[in-house]
Design a protein around this ligand. Structure first.
Ligand code: BG6
Length: 306
């Protein structure tokens, strides 16, 4: 999945960064990348990417106009990192669920403060790494000790995320997760996802029934499905197409809230469901993972051109 044979050269000190700089947005600290070939915005809270924009192109990510940038509040849009569980704790496999001591969906990583590990830059690419040590500080919501390391690689060809989880605890650790990508569209009802045809999915809106997908996935009202597939996908919208290629994933979540859920969602304009869709690279439902002590697993996605 690597886009190039060389890595951008390392520059740990902000004074040495040519294209990356700190910026306070709302109440949060973010890194803004202003490279001649692309722009990106990455928040330390949640290791949350909210913008990736090759020069002279619109943003490849959807960000809610009502998004709020406040400590402890999930940002609506971009790519939330759902970790170390995906979705409703009660809907996770027992081995994942038994570690979770809260009703909150999508884990604590998306509102936790991550640590900047590395910035590498060159004339073609920028790579930024962040880490989160999930230790006893999170014991009130989760049992375990794990390190999450996420690397963002930006180039004119696309944006690549790799999230590596290492079990630092003394027992095997079960977890679920997702890179919850929000994509823009000019009209969701004329958009479709190709590459999931003939796979099985859980329809979470129909009593979590298993169903078979035939052909492309269209959005006809609220859609919330967990596909048992990690195959490459093409997302076709009237405003352009994207290709999503995953690693370490055998499940994909496809979500659009539709009009009624949109009206109930936080930080989400009532009409915004028409201009976004989520395709989430996941380890969800039966695709949860178990790591023995010291073992690692990498979940990754490359968002590229079609
Ligand atoms: O509002 P949240 O917690 O960001 O979740 C948004 C959506 O995230 C999706 O991944 C889920 O499948 C949906 O059920 C959920 O509504």
């Amino acid at each position: 999945m690597s886009e190039s044979s060389h890595r951008p050269s390392r520059s740990l000190s902000p004074g040495q960064w040519s294209f990356t700089r700190w910026k306070t947005i709302g109440q949060l600290e973010a890194l803004e990348v202003h490279h001649p070939l692309f722009r990106a915005t990455l928040f330390l809270q949640g290791a949350h990417l909210t913008q990736f924009m090759p020069s002279d192109e619109p943003d490849w990510l959807w960000l809610s106009k009502d998004a709020r940038f406040e400590p402890g509040r999930a940002i609506r849009g971009g790519i939330p990192v759902c970790w170390p569980w995906f979705g409703d704790p009660g809907k996770n496999a027992p081995a994942v669920r038994k570690r979770i001591h809260t009703n909150s969906a999508h884990g604590f990583a998306r509102t936790a403060l991550w640590k900047l590990e590395d910035v590498r830059e060159n004339a073609h690419e920028v790579e930024i790494s962040l880490s989160l040590d999930a230790n006893e500080d999170f014991a009130n919501v989760w049992s375990g000790h794990a390190l999450a390391l996420i690397t963002f690689h930006f180039s004119v060809r696309g944006c690549q995320l790799a999230l590596t989880t290492t079990n630092l605890g003394e027992e095997p650790m079960a977890f679920s997760q997702a890179l919850h990508t929000y994509l823009p569209t000019s009209d969701v009802t004329r958009s479709r996802v190709l590459g999931l045809g003939y796979s099985q999915y859980i329809d979470t809106l129909d009593d979590w029934e298993y169903k078979n997908q035939e052909g492309p996935v269209y959005f006809e009202g609220e859609t919330d499905r967990i596909y048992e597939s990690g195959e490459p996908l093409t997302i076709v919208t009237p405003s352009g197409s994207r290709k999503l290629t995953s690693v370490g994933s055998d499940s994909t979540v496809v979500w659009n809230p539709g009009p009624e859920k949109a009206a109930r969602l936080s930080d989400f304009p009532d009409e915004a469901w028409k201009t976004m869709l989520c395709v989430e690279t996941a380890n969800a439902a039966s695709d949860y993972r178990v790591l023995n002590t010291g073992q690692s697993h990498t979940l990754g996605v490359l968002i590229g051109r079609k």
